[in-house]
Design a protein around this ligand. Structure first.
Ligand code: ZN
Length: 470
C-alpha cells in the first residue's frame, strides 16, 4: 500500500498539541547544506516547523503523533528556484519585445491569461518539489503575486523584485505597469528605488544591458546609485549582467547577486576573487540560454518532467510551425530556416557558461540554482530539472547541485524566511520533498517525487495538479 495513503492517525489518546505533529519515519534524510545523511530517520514536524531529526535508534516514534512510513524514501529540503518571472508564462507570446506575435495573440490577452492562471502555476511548482521561488523582476503587480502566494496553501514561498531598472526600454511590454523601466540618471534611480522600497521588495533588480549604444561605463553611475539607495533601505541588489566586464562592473559597484552566468568569456582569477571577497551569489540560469533559440528553430528539447508537469497550453503554444508564416517575426523565420546556426550559438554559449560554473563552484563562490522560468520555452516548475542536467554536464556532483537548489538558494530570501528554509534542521520551515530514489546517487532522481510537504502539510505528488483551471 502507498505509505502516504496509509497515513496513520495516532491513537485517541493523542492530545490536541500532539495531534498537530507528523513524524516521517524510516526514510533517509539528506541535508545538502552539509552533506549529512541520516538513515532510518525520524523527522518530527510540529505545525509548520521541523521539531527534530534523529536516527530511529536515537529516537523512538513519538507516541500519540501521526506518522508516515517512509521506508525506502529519501527526504530533502524543498527545492528553491531563485530565478523565475511570474509575469511571463513561458509560452510563445510572452515576450513581444523579443518576438512580436501580437497579430496572433494580443499581449494584453497573454497577460490576462497569466494573471488568471497563477494558482495553476503555483501548484506546478509544488508538484516539482519546489517550495520556494524568487521572482527577480516584473511589473508592480508582482507584489500582489507575493501576497496571493502567501495566502495560497498549494503555492511556493515567493520573494519578489519589482520592475527592472534598465539601460534600455521595452515599450512592447508596457501596458501601463511596465516590467522594465528605463532609468537615465542616478537621481532617477534613487527616486525609483525609494518608490520600490515602499512596497518592501525582497530584492531590487537591475537589467544591465550592454550593446554598441549602451557601453558598460555609461550605465555604471546608475548601477552605483541604485545599489547605494537600495542598501540604505537594507535591500539587496540583483543584477542581470551576462558579459564578463558588465558582471565585473556590477559586482564592483556592490551587486549582491548576479542572476545569470557570464557567457561571453571565461571568468578570470580577478573576477573569481572579486566574487569571493564580496560574497556575491551567482545564479547560472543555464536552461534559459537554450530555450529561446531551440523554440524558434523548432528544436525544442523539453524533458519528460516538463511535458508531464508543465502547463499543457503553454507547451502547445511552443510549436512555431503552427503559426502562419506571414505572421512569424523575422527572428523566428531566420531560426527556422537555419536551425543549425541557432543550435551552434547555444553550443558556443554552453562551452563558456558550463566551464565558468565549474570554475566558480570549485573556487567556493556560492551558486544558487535558478532557471529564468517564464521566458519563452522555459517551463514554470519542471525547468529546474533541465537546469540540474546542465549543472551536471558542467561537472557538479549531485550533492553540489542539491546544495545549490536548497541551502545556497535560501540565501536569496532575506530576513526570517531565508533563515528558515533550505535545510532540514530544528526550527526550519517544514518544506520537504520526498523521493522514491536517491538523488545523491544520480541527480536525475531529484524528480522521482513521491510527495511534497509545504508549511507542514503533506501532499501526495499525484494530487497536486488535479485542481481545475480557474
Ligand atoms: Zn530573468
Amino acid at each position: 500500500m502507498n505509505p502516504i495513503a496509509a497515513f496513520l492517525i495516532g491513537s485517541a489518546l493523542a492530545t490536541s498539541a500532539l495531534a498537530q505533529k507528523i513524524s516521517l519515519v524510516g526514510g533517509t534524510v539528506i541535508n545538502p547544506a552539509d552533506g549529512k545523511i541520516v538513515q532510518n530517520a525520524v523527522l518530527v514536524i510540529n505545525g509548520d516547523k521541523i521539531e527534530s531529526i534523529a536516527s530511529r535508534k536515537q529516537s523512538g516514534v513519538p507516541v500519540g503523533s501521526r506518522w508516515v512510513e517512509c521506508d525506502g524514501k529519501f527526504i530533502l529540503p524543498g527545492y528553491i528556484d531563485t530565478h523565475v518571472h511570474f509575469f511571463q508564462s513561458g509560452d510563445l507570446f510572452t515576450r513581444p519585445d523579443g518576438a512580436d506575435l501580437n497579430s496572433v495573440r494580443p499581449y494584453k490577452d497573454e497577460v490576462g491569461w497569466i494573471k488568471s492562471h497563477l494558482a495553476d502555476t503555483f501548484a506546478r511548482y509544488l508538484r516539482c518539489g519546489i517550495t520556494s521561488v524568487v521572482d527577480v523582476g516584473g511589473p508592480m503587480w508582482n507584489f500582489e503575486v507575493r501576497k496571493t502566494a502567501d495566502s495560497t496553501a498549494k503555492a511556493p514561498r515567493v520573494a519578489v523584485a519589482g520592475p527592472l531598472i534598465s539601460s534600455v526600454s521595452r515599450e512592447k511590454l508596457d501596458l501601463g505597469d511596465p516590467p522594465i523601466v528605463k532609468i537615465d540618471t542616478p537621481d532617477q534611480a534613487r527616486e525609483f528605488v525609494r518608490k520600490l522600497a515602499a512596497q518592501n521588495p525582497d530584492l531590487v533588480k537591475i537589467w544591465y544591458i550592454v550593446d554598441q549604444n549602451h557601453p558598460v561605463d555609461s550605465f555604471r553611475p546608475i548601477v552605483r546609485a541604485t545599489v547605494e539607495e537600495s542598501h540604505a533601505h537594507k535591500i539587496r541588489v540583483a543584477v542581470h549582467a551576462t558579459e564578463l566586464e558588465t558582471a565585473r562592473a556590477a559586482v564592483e559597484e556592490g551587486a549582491d547577486v548576479l542572476v545569470h552566468s557570464v557567457i561571453d568569456k571565461p571568468v578570470d582569477d580577478a573576477f573569481v576573487k572579486l566574487l569571493k571577497d564580496r560574497h556575491t551569489i551567482l545564479c547560472p540560469t543555464l536552461v534559459v540560454f537554450e530555450r529561446y533559440g531551440r523554440t524558434f528553430a523548432n528544436k525544442l528539447n523539453l524533458t519528460p518532467e516538463e511535458r508531464a508537469w508543465g502547463n499543457p497550453e503553454v507547451i502547445a503554444s511552443l510549436d512555431v510551425t503552427k503559426i502562419p508564416s506571414d505572421k512569424l517575426p523575422e527572428r523566428i523565420k531566420t531560426a527556422l530556416a537555419k536551425p543549425d546556426e541557432a543550435l551552434g550559438r547555444i553550443k558556443k554559449t554552453y562551452d563558456v557558461a558550463l566551464k565558468n560554473l565549474k570554475t566558480l563552484e570549485d573556487a567556493g563562490v556560492p551558486i544558487a540554482a535558478g532557471t529564468d522560468a517564464g521566458n519563452i520555452g522555459t517551463i514554470h516548475g519542471p525547468a529546474l530539472f533541465r537546469e540540474f542536467q546542465l549543472m551536471k554536464e558542467a561537472g557538479l556532483t549531485p550533492m553540489q547541485i542539491l546544495q545549490c537548489a536548497t541551502a545556497n538558494a535560501a540565501q536569496l530570501f532575506g530576513a526570517e524566511t531565508g533563515a528558515h528554509i533550505g535545510k532540514i534542521e530544528k526550527g526550519y520551515f517544514a518544506d520537504l520533498v520526498v523521493l522514491n530514489s536517491n538523488p545523491a546517487d544520480d541527480i536525475a532522481h531529484a524528480s522521482d517525487i513521491e510527495s511534497v510537504m509545504k508549511n507542514g502539510v503533506l501532499y501526495p505528488a499525484y494530487t497536486l495538479l488535479t485542481a481545475p483551471a480557474p
